[in-house]
Design a protein around this ligand. Structure first.
Ligand code: AHR
Length: 665
């Protein structure tokens, strides 16, 4: 192949390779957001005891009821009232966590709770962290196992009071649980029960799970798209994601049913709610922590089109007005398009506005005086058809009128393809949309065959964001899809086509990002975890090899035989890295045979002597990684000699290789 070092193409966008985060598969609660108590505030409508069980054989516990009698606050207006007729070590509740609680030996956990003493002689609350003796869920919890930490909270008062204590775990357990029992007989009110690891990213009080953030940061991501995905839309408009309800005091954030609350293999009773402990402030902070541009996606005024045809009416009123109004209430509303537009304008002010602005002041009050420097905003997730376009147009106009510098990401629905997709693309280009977000989930073969997808896209006008894509080994939404090497190497092959078209494609992200091994709804996923461990799939390593080797300028690649990219199952792309003075060549050999390639670096200057190769390979296309074998398919580095501008390198069978060759353009 010839890399035309002397005929450089487009600059590679700094946002080229990024991340798409959605709260699916326990990605937020039970995953990145490390609160260990499920349903800490008893606020889940109609299901106030999700996650909580009375202790087996707790005859002493006369009642445990949810109450609203003089609650902590107007938004946090349910709590549990426990009444024990006799003093007993069994009078109490157990919280099961998110498929158990992961505790580590000698690690510290901050437990806090609001308590209010009622009639009787309850003198305290016993707090125990214990291992499950056996797994199981149901109306009653499993018998107790090894005790890992224990304390007693005393000094109860007749008014609500917050108590905080730090517990150190005496052992490591992937499935521990929290046991709370009354000391004495009588009544005790309890609310906002939390157990939070002290070891969080940047040691923040409401911080994220460190191993998961590290996996993200290691990728050098260009952007973070959040919070979804279909959860942006909700199954109904009432269940849509409302960012204003996810900021401010964590204890006051009201939970909402998750769009992905459904029966899944691990549990027949759906129990998936969003606590919003990971809310928009935390998403912005996370983006900053991992060096990624934040890309929030907002609801355009449409519920999820796969579930519903609910639409916000487009009113003829004079457009949104500035307001400092209260957060919406989930149940309150009959929102019009203006509500959604106003939310977008307020979000930009929240992210970037000064302290003198109403929403900027809220960000400052949360501890971030500097702006988050928001540059992108997504209008609608994976929406299509005329209903989308007629909402998008006034929406985009209003955002641009107030914030001309903000780049708008628009949606064209799922692909491949179809009439609606094509019509939406055409119209968005007419409207001079800046970034069009395309989604595709398809077979590994499709990814290899469509490496030229963007070759004939226009070089001017709207840019492309491949916002969600992944190879599906069985079929879209099949629970049996695997994160196999076949899927990953096919994505690597496809991505040479993204890189070759860096003048058109400026953002790309794999989907979905995270999955809990005991609580997923969608496969495949890039990173899998349990309550203690996590691993990157082969697909993770493919993404990481691109995002840590993005380069700065695209270099055209031609084959000596004039063949197309992908012909004979050899895929390639190249970039110059002007920061380091290297030429970076990406090569995919989708074949069971090793393959010698000769790379002519046409017009290269200042050639060095030693190159570095990063190789991801497996002879088994069905190979996967797992919690126990996280490195089964993982990249290996080696060096190689560069003798001249004609570099030769032997690609391993079924391999993805990144060559970094010292040399300038
Ligand atoms: O990534 C899973 C889902 O796939 C997303 O929520 C949605 O945008 C797409 O259909």
């Amino acid at each position: 192949i010839t890399v035309q070092v002397n005929k450089p193409g487009a600059p590679i966008a700094k946002t080229m390779y990024g991340l798409f985060f959605e709260d699916i598969n326990f990605a937020a609660d039970g995953g990145l957001y490390p609160e260990l108590v499920k349903n800490k505030s008893f606020e889940i409508p109609g299901q106030h005891f999700i996650g909580w069980n009375a202790i087996r054989g707790a005859a002493a516990l006369e009642t445990y009821t949810v109450s609203s009698d003089k609650p902590i606050s107007a938004t946090n207006n349910h709590f549990v009232r426990l009444t024990a007729k006799t003093a007993s070590p069994d009078a109490g509740l157990i919280n099961e966590g998110f498929r158990g609680m992961g505790l580590k030996q000698d690690a510290e956990y901050t437990f806090s709770v609001y308590l209010r003493r009622g009639p009787g002689s309850v003198s305290g609350l016993n707090v125990t962290l214990e291992e499950e003796a056996r797994s199981g869920a149901g109306p009653e919890a499993a018998p107790s196992g090894r005790v890992l930490a224990q304390t007693k909270i005393s000094g109860l008062t007749a008014d609500w009071k917050k108590y905080t204590v730090v517990l150190k775990s005496a052992g490591t357990a992937a499935k521990a649980r929290l046991k709370l029992t009354l000391d004495g007989a009588g009544t005790l009110d309890m609310d906002v029960v939390t157990l939070f690891p002290k070891d969080t990213w940047n040691k923040r009080e409401n911080g994220m799970r460190t191993d998961l953030v590290q996996l993200l940061k290691d990728m050098n991501p260009g952007f973070l798209r959040f919070p979804g995905g279909c959860i942006v839309e909700g199954r109904t408009l009432t269940e849509r994601y409302q960012w204003k309800e996810t900021i401010g005091d964590v204890a006051s954030r009201v939970p909402l049913v998750n769009r992905w609350n459904m029966e899944f293999r691990h549990r027949s009773t759906p129990d998936y709610y969003q606590s919003f402990g990971l809310g928009f402030f935390e998403y912005f902070q996370l983006s900053e922590d991992i060096g990624a541009e934040p890309v929030p996606i907002l609801n355009v005024g449409m519920a999820c089109q796969f579930n519903s045809s609910e639409l916000a009416p487009i009113t003829a009123a004079g457009g949104p007005s500035a307001n400092e109004g209260p957060a919406h209430n989930h149940a309150d509303d009959d929102p019009t398009l203006e509500t959604f537009i106003q939310d977008a304008l307020d979000l930009i002010e929240f992210a970037n506005g000064p302290v003198s602005s109403p929403w900027g002041a809220k960000r400052v009050a949360m501890g971030h005086p500097a702006p988050f420097n928001l540059k992108f905003i997504g209008i609608g997730n994976e929406q299509w058809g005329p209903q989308y376009l007629e909402r998008y147009e006034p929406f985009a106009k209003a955002v641009k009128a107030k914030y001309p510098g903000i780049n708008i990401v628009s949606s064209v629905g799922p692909s491949p393809d179809g009439d609606l997709f094509d019509k939406a693309t055409k119209r968005l280009r007419e409207l001079k949309a800046e970034v069009i977000d395309e989604h595709y989930y398809a077979s590994p073969e499709w990814f290899r065959q469509n490496v030229g997808r963007y070759d004939n896209y226009p070089t001017t006008g709207s840019k492309i964001f491949a916002g969600e894509y992944a190879a599906q080994t069985v079929g879209i939404a099949s629970p049996d899809n695997k994160n196999s090497w076949d899927a990953a190497i096919s994505e690597a092959a496809f991505m040479t086509g993204l890189e070759r078209n860096a003048d058109k494609v400026i953002m790309a992200s794999y989907a979905p990002l995270f999955a809990h091994v005991d609580a997923w709804q969608w496969t495949p996923d890039m990173i899998w975890f349990d309550n203690l461990r996590a691993y990157g799939t082969p697909n993770y390593y493919v993404q990481k090899m691109y995002s840590t080797n993005p380069g700065t300028t695209m270099l055209p690649v031609q084959r000596a035989d004039n063949g197309k990219n992908g012909q004979d199952n050899l895929f390639s792309s190249a970039v110059a890295d002007d920061k380091t003075g290297e030429i970076v060549v990406k090569l995919v050999n989708y074949s069971a045979e090793a393959r010698l390639v000769a790379i002519n670096l046409q017009g290269v200057k200042k050639l060095g002597k030693n190159g570095k190769a990063t190789v991801l390979a497996s002879s088994d296309l069905n190979a996967v990684n797992s919690l126990d074998k996280p490195q089964n398919v993982a990249p290996k580095d080696e060096s190689f000699k560069v003798n001249s501008a004609n570099v030769t390198y032997t690609l391993a069978p079924n391999s993805f290789t990144v060559l970094r060759i010292p040399g300038k353009r």
